[in-house]
Design a protein around this ligand. Structure first.
Ligand code: ZN
Length: 309
């Protein structure tokens, strides 16, 4: 995890788009050091690249949408979560639509894909953000915070007024093994009334029991049931790991959330960047921690650009 990593070879992947319900083709390619994750819209002419960075977060309602130079790509969080989970820092994603295929609603198909083709360790160290003082954000519903810790820890609590979900809590010390075993399989979830409402308005046309856990007022409607009793809170952690990827570097600290979502997770990243006294950026060389001069998730991007976006 201390050196940058990409995938070994290019790989193709296709699936249904959650919003359009249409088939989407994607090719994930290896990228150079410091390139980060870059989306490339093959269905559009001209400059169609979008860097996966906080400065490009365009919208966080329902899913995370990135935008750059008028080009957008939506529903990026599960793929970014898989990159984070496997420890991939650099990749190019060519896609022929505005949304990443929803696959089975989890990150497992992407993790399986990366395991199948393999990853390649690169020559340059990864940067890490070490949290030194607590930072938190909240809204009417929830809270999200970073606390100092010597590891990357996650604690997540949810509380839904629904007999299947109710209160769920999960704590983990992050490792790729833990992610693969306990988190990546957790599917996105929703309520039948919301799916019906969205579909009546021409949205979520690809949404089905094949790519989400769907509930009515009492029970889960998927015949196969849940993949684990706490699949809901685990999916929220999967989403958060994808959201935190947009910082551009892994966290050494404790991410703690209560009923958070994409919006609040993004707000927390902006809040931490605004408080330079609360963190430092390091890399590890020969087992030693070394301070980096400054925060820069990608070359040319500065903190002020994060705010301008
Ligand atoms: Zn999700």
């Amino acid at each position: 995890m201390y050196l940058q990593k990409t995938i070994k070879t290019a790989v193709k992947c296709s699936g249904i788009g959650l919003h359009t319900g249409r088939k989407i083709n994607m090719t994930i390619k290896p990228a150079e050091v410091d390139e980060g994750v870059v989306f490339c819209r093959r269905d559009l002419p001209g400059n169609n690249k979008i860097n996966a960075g906080l400065h490009n977060v365009f919208d966080t309602t329902l899913a995370t949408t990135l935008g750059m130079n008028g080009t957008r790509v939506s529903t990026v969080e599960h793929l970014l979560s898989a990159f984070s989970g496997v420890g991939i820092s650099n990749a190019i994603i060519e896609i022929d639509s505005f949304e990443i295929p929803i696959m089975d609603g989890s990150a497992r198909p992407f993790v399986d894909l990366f395991n199948k083709i393999g990853t390649r360790i690169q020559s340059k160290p990864r940067k890490f953000m070490v949290i030194e003082k607590p930072v938190s954000v909240c809204d009417e519903q929830g809270k999200a915070m970073f606390l100092p810790s010597s590891k990357f820890e996650i604690t997540y609590d949810i509380d839904f007024d629904h007999p299947v979900v109710e209160k769920q809590s999960y704590h983990m010390v992050f490792s790729p093994e833990m992610y693969e075993k306990n988190i990546c399989f957790a599917r996105t979830f929703g309520f039948l009334r919301d799916v019906e409402y969205l579909q009546a308005r021409g949205l979520a046309l690809g949404g089905s029991l094949e790519n989400a856990v769907v509930m009515d007022d009492e029970k889960v409607l998927n015949k196969e049931g849940l993949r684990s009793p706490d699949e809901f809170v685990k999916h929220k952690i999967l989403d958060a790991i994808g959201d935190l990827f947009l910082l551009g570097m892994p966290i050494v600290g404790h991410f703690k959330a209560y009923k958070s979502g994409h919006r609040l997770n993004n707000l927390l990243l902006k809040e931490i960047l605004a408080h330079e006294e609360c963190w430092r950026v390091v890399h590890y060389f020969n087992g030693e921690e070394r301070n980096e001069k400054s925060y820069s998730s990608f070359p040319l991007h500065t903190i002020s650009e994060v705010y301008a976006g």
